[in-house]
Design a protein around this ligand. Structure first.
Ligand code: FAD
Ligand code: E1W
Length: 488
């Protein structure tokens, strides 16, 4: 089929652009990817900083289709649940799923991107690094102008049509919007974030054994090598200062820290905090003020952050916004995908996972309808936009749930009853987190079923304060009446 296929031009060789490039190149399309940054295989990624992200079933499925699972899973650390660190120093592990088949994976963003660029090139895609899109003209063809970030000067590329995978600040989106407004609305969260690091072998300032295997730790949780025993972080040979196989959360009401493990034994910590008010990034303008906040609110975490002042000063303050668009495409000439189409707040850990689902859907549509991209792009938007809107809403809701998870007793009663009903009705009453994280059902369906379940829990717990006051026979009847069984 390959010769009658149009050439594909992708702007942005990040996670989503690289996956789309692989999927299309494997189907015989000629694919060109233009990426603003230098080749990460030569330049080293992220300035040496180790930023990680959580991969779940939806993202894993995309990687499977690209033939990337074996390689990527070798780099991954299993996270079985969230480890909640309370103010009083106690911590508890709340499992995400029913067993170790329902877990998520922590991955180094830079390494993942390199693996994906390699895979795309092996499939035949051509990458052009140091090429920043600065203008696009939409005539009969699409003329793209790139600034050469390495050598200066500009380059032109003429495309039949173009896919914008250039992230939340998409330059292609701006160019499309100038031709025909996309109905863009950017909603700032009002909270920002700062990344910090717990280094490998950080044990609260005490000196410790370094890992005998010299970095290639046996604690890195490649799928088949999983260690049993929950106390691996207290093993003196472990490079991990805290439990490796968890996503750590320090909820503090209006703000929080999280930490995700890296295979080498370090953790990337992220502080999420309001930009204004008390406390906020405005009231901790320097490392000394930030340290005082941590001494008060993250007392058990601070000793694990030996480079606190340096990290706080040098690392940029991240901005968090949601991007809503009315339209994702300009007839058959341009379409947006991933964060360029629907940037969301990170509190469900689904931005990349959702972008990978986009890539799979768009690759399928282009493979079937390459001769009618106007239809393919419209259909892509029709299928994906309601799902993007659903995960956007769920990600916003999850911030509140994460940061004050210990608050309201009615919330805790609903959560406990939810657990009981999930156990009594597997495949019918499924926690919303599980539908989002461990299944590939459309996000919009997970959102809708989640709403039905929440209404049910509110009705059943109305005026009650203990689980044993609840009529489970009535609950069972309502579950069966309002929720259809999910396909296996
Ligand atoms: P990007 O990753 O932003 O890639 C865009 C690419 O386009 C980049 O390589 C960029 O250099 C390039 N580019 C930009 N402009 C131009 C231009 N003008 N010309 C050429 N190239 C250009 N998601 C998860 O699934 N799990 C998580 O745990 C998770 N955690 C997160 C934590 C934080 C703090 C944040 C902010 C996000 C998190 N996300 C997570 C979301 C995830 O990072 C994004 O959804 C994902 O990176 C989107 O991929 P993308 O390829 O669409 O965009
Ligand atoms: C996940 C940045 C980030 C990434 C995540 C998650 C969270 C909180 C954050 C959601 C979650 C994996 N979550 N974790 N525990 N309960 N919900 O599942 O990716 Cl802040």
């Amino acid at each position: 089929m390959s010769r009658s296929n149009p050439d594909i031009t992708i702007v942005g060789g990040g996670l989503v652009g690289a996956l789309l490039a692989t999927l299309l190149a494997r189907r015989g399309f000629a694919v060109d990817v233009f990426e603003r940054r230098p080749d990460p295989r030569q330049a080293g990624y992220a300035g040496g900083r180790s930023i990680n992200l959580a991969l779940a079933e939806r993202g894993l499925h995309g990687l499977r289709l690209a033939g990337l699972t074996d390689e990527v899973m070798r780099l991954a650390v299993m996270m079985r649940g969230r480890m909640v660190h309370h103010r009083d120093g106690r911590s508890e592990l709340l499992r995400y799923g029913r067993d170790d088949s329902e877990v998520i994976w922590s991955l180094n963003r830079g390494r993942l991107n390199v693996a994906m660029i390699d895979a795309a090139e092996q499939a035949g895609a051509r990458f052009h690094f140091d090429r920043r899109l600065d203008a696009a003209e939409f005539g009969e063809h699409v003329t793209l102008r790139f600034h050469d970030e390495a050598g200066g000067g500009s380059h032109e590329h003429v495309a039949t049509f173009v896919v914008g995978a250039d992230g939340a600040g998409s330059a292609l989106r701006a160019a499309m919007n100038a031709v025909r407004p996309l109905g863009e609305r950017i909603e700032p969260l009002g909270h920002g974030y700062k990344e910090l690091e717990i280094p490998a072998n950080a044990k609260g300032g005490q000196s410790h054994f370094s890992n005998a295997k010299g970095g290639q730790s046996h604690f890195s949780m490649a799928a088949g090598f999983e260690r049993t025993g929950a106390k691996s972080d207290s093993d003196p040979l472990s490079p991990f200062a805290i439990e490796p196989n968890a996503l750590h959360i320090w909820p503090r009401g209006n703000y929080m820290c999280i930490a995700l493990p890296n295979a080498e034994g370090s953790f990337t910590v992220t502080l999420f905090l309001a930009n204004q008010g008390e406390p906020s990034f405005a009231t901790i303008p320097d490392a000394a003020a930030a340290r005082a906040l941590f001494e008060r609110d993250f007392a058990d975490l601070l000793p694990l952050l030996p480079d606190f002042d340096q990290d706080f000063t040098a690392n940029p303050l991240g901005v968090l916004s949601t991007l809503y668009l009315d339209r994702w495409h300009l007839d058959g000439r341009a379409v947006l995908i991933g964060d360029a189409a629907h940037a969301m707040v990170p509190f469900h850990g689904q931005g990349m996972n959702c972008g990978f689902e986009d890539a799979v859907e768009l690759a399928d549509l282009l493979a079937e309808h390459a001769d009618d991209t106007a239809w393919a792009f419209a259909e892509f938007e029709r299928r994906r936009k309601p799902n993007a809107e659903a995960i956007i809403a769920m990600a916003l809701e999850n911030y509140v749930e994460m940061r004050d998870s210990v608050a309201d007793p009615q919330f805790l009663l609903r959560r406990d009853l939810g657990r009981v009903l999930a156990e009594r009705h597997p495949g019918r009453f499924v926690p919303r987190y599980s539908m989002v994280t461990f299944t590939r059902m459309p996000y919009a369906q997970a959102f809708a079923r989640g709403a039905v379940q929440d209404t049910l829990l509110r009705e059943l717990t109305q005026g009650k304060s203990h689980l044993d006051e609840i009529d489970l026979a009535q609950a069972d009847a309502l579950v069966c009446e309002r929720l259809t069984p999910l396909a296996a």
